[in-house]
Design a protein around this ligand. Structure first.
Ligand SMILES: Nc1ncnc2c1ncn2[C@@H]1O[C@H](COP(=O)(O)OP(=O)(O)OP(=O)(O)O)[C@@H](O)[C@H]1O
Ligand SMILES: [Mg+2]
Length: 404
């Protein structure tokens, strides 16, 4: 799938492509009427028209699109990316949203492999409150995952893509054997295609917290069918069984959020948020010395070094106010920058200086200096580029993939 060739979608003037998901492309664009910069998500409307006679079409009709967009657009909350406008331009649906500078929680998890427990708890508590706000207004997110949690430079958390999973449902499920989008955060009732309510989002948020804490997705398998089966039937190990440094009470909160039966989960986002905050406050009074050590900025020269904490079980790295756990290559006082890898189509294997680091789209923290990048994907010619990364700078590497 490729984006539209035009420089204008609806009345919005495209400035640059900023990202790509499974269902569409996100552009930085400008609303010429009020000269406001927006994030414009463009999705193909074609599958809708080509499925004219199907039940999917009934759900994805223009009326359905508008109703869903109206519900999502009514959500005005400091921790929700505001939807400004939605419409159709020829073969494309577009959604104009608040443009958010910064990165995603997915990139933050990917950078370090996982996230320090207190940081993960803080992010998830904010999201749980934002979900409560939306659920109270009858809007279910349906696609809670780290890539939809935006982290602003000042560390504000904003939930993106409210209700959009449903708008793009005609293209978001399956093409042949291939799942488009990620099923790993889906609740069992979503997998079954049953009726869902806000507790489905809370399950997905539990999966996000599990992954942020342990660095592992609880329902991970080789094939789509196996992942879905795992969500429905498997009991993943508790978070503290994977990583003994995760406190058991926190592990219990994660397990409750991820209960297979909706009735066993937190009934509301507010409940999950206050449980998480209670856990945080309890930790504060019990471990004041640890907290103090964590909140003290490290000496400048040691910015990137492991900081051993009194307990001896936790090591943290403080980067520009963000607490992040680094699994590897924490070299003392090394300047770092970021490389964001993008390809069309997505899913190309990324070789960074000869080593596989992941698949596009992906963001990686790298040492400042020269790096060699290569994308490989079956059916396409390899694409290469070398680049010079400056400290604290982010470079997007977008290489054209030519089909063989
Ligand atoms: N409101 C926004 N402001 C700025 N950048 C955004 C905004 N929304 C999305 N992006 C950027 O665009 C990228 C792609 O977003 P998109 O929602 O299309 O995909 P996704 O959430 O990663 O996956 P999926 O298609 O499965 O939902 C994001 O990773 C982010 O970098
Ligand atoms: Mg998204």
């Amino acid at each position: 799938m490729s984006g539209p060739e035009v420089r204008k979608v609806g009345r919005y003037e495209i400035i640059a492509k900023v990202g790509q998901g499974a269902m569409g492309v996100v552009y930085r664009a400008q609303d010429p009427t009020i000269r406001r910069v927006v994030a414009l998500k463009v999705l193909p409307a074609d599958p809708v028209t080509s499925m004219e006679q199907t039940a999917t079409q009934a759900r994805s009709s223009a009326g359905f699109f508008e109703r869903e967009a109206q519900a999502a657009g009514a959500l005005l909350h400091p921790n929700i990316v505001t939807l400004y406008d939605a419409g159709r331009d020829g073969a494309w649906y577009y959604l104009a949203m608040e443009f958010v500078e910064g990165g995603t929680f997915a990139a933050e998890i990917a950078r370090a492999g996982k996230v320090v427990a207190d940081r993960a708890v803080d992010v998830v508590a904010v999201v749980a409150d934002a979900l409560d706000f939306a659920h109270e207004r009858g809007v279910i997110h349906r696609d809670i995952k780290p890539a939809n949690l935006m982290i602003l430079p000042d560390q504000t958390v904003k939930v993106a893509d409210f209700g959009i999973a449903r708008l793009s449902s005609a293209t978001s499920t399956m093409t042949g054997d291939m799942m488009v989008g990620t099923p790993h955060y889906m609740s069992p009732e979503q997998v079954r295609g049953g009726k869902i309510d806000g507790r489905s989002d809370l399950f997905s948020l539990g999966v996000v917290l599990y992954e942020a804490l342990t660095g592992r997705k609880p329902f991970q398998a080789e094939t789509l069918a196996a992942v879905l089966n795992s969500i429905m039937n498997s009991n993943p190990p508790a978070a503290h069984e994977i990583d003994a440094t995760i406190p058991a009470p926190l592990s219990a909160i994660v397990a409750k959020a991820m209960s297979r039966e909706p009735g066993q989960r937190y009934a509301r986002g507010k409940e999950l948020a206050s449980e998480l905050r209670r856990y945080r406050n309890a930790g504060r009074s019990e471990a004041t010395s640890v907290e103090a050590a964590l909140s003290r900025p490290p000496p400048a020269a040691k910015k990137s070094s492991w900081l051993a904490v009194a307990t001896g079980v936790l090591a943290v790295l403080l980067i520009g106010g963000t607490v992040a756990l680094r699994g590897r290559s924490a070299v003392s006082s090394t300047a770092v920058g970021y490389l964001e890898f993008v390809s069309e189509p997505v899913g190309a294997e990324i070789f960074l200086d000869g080593n596989v680091v992941g698949r596009t789209p992906y963001t990686s923290e790298v040492t400042a200096g020269k790096h060699e990048i290569e994308f490989r994907k079956e059916g396409f010619y390899p694409a290469m580029q070398s680049t010079n990364v400056e400290a604290n700078k982010r470079i997007t590497i977008e290489l054209p993939m030519l089909a063989r």
